[in-house]
Design a protein around this ligand. Structure first.
Ligand code: HEC
Length: 106
């Protein structure tokens, strides 16, 4: 490989990394992920950030930097909202069927 080719290759890689580095995680998601995943919510599923960034790097061939940034982003939006319960409140099991009582006549 000629020295010129090496320089061009290196410059291309560096430019690509700089482009990625300038984007916010929300923009990274909108550009690269939103076509398939409508929302970043619910993707992290409580995974560790290491597992998650490894998954992103492995599946989507993002740079390790963007993978880490995206993993952190997914985790941050995955947290349940501070107010407003997502789950319906559990009712106490008061309506459980009881065995029929014998009818008492006096
Ligand atoms: C071409 C469509 C497509 C794109 C683009 C895409 N994904 Fe996915 N993704 C999928 C599919 C399909 C699955 C489910 C299959 C699987 O788990 O491998 C998935 C699974 C995942 C999961 C695991 C969710 C789970 O339920 O286990 C995460 C996290 C994820 N994607 C994040 C991302 C991120 C971040 C990006 C952007 C860098 C992205 N995806 C881009 C199609 C896509």
């Amino acid at each position: 490989m000629s020295a010129a080719a090496v320089v061009v290759l290196t410059a291309t890689v560096a430019a690509a990394q700089n482009l990625d580095a300038g984007k916010s995680p929300a923009k990274l998601f909108a550009d690269g992920c939103a076509s398939c995943h409508r929302s970043p919510r619910g993707l992290a599923k409580g995974r560790f950030s290491l597992t998650l960034s490894w998954f992103l790097k492995d599946h989507y061939a993002t740079s390790s930097d963007s993978a880490r940034v995206l993993a952190a982003y997914l985790q941050s939006v995955d947290e349940p909202p501070p107010r407003g319960p997502a789950k319906p409140a559990k009712k106490p099991a008061r309506s459980a069927p009881r065995p029929p009582k014998p009818v008492q006549t006096q």
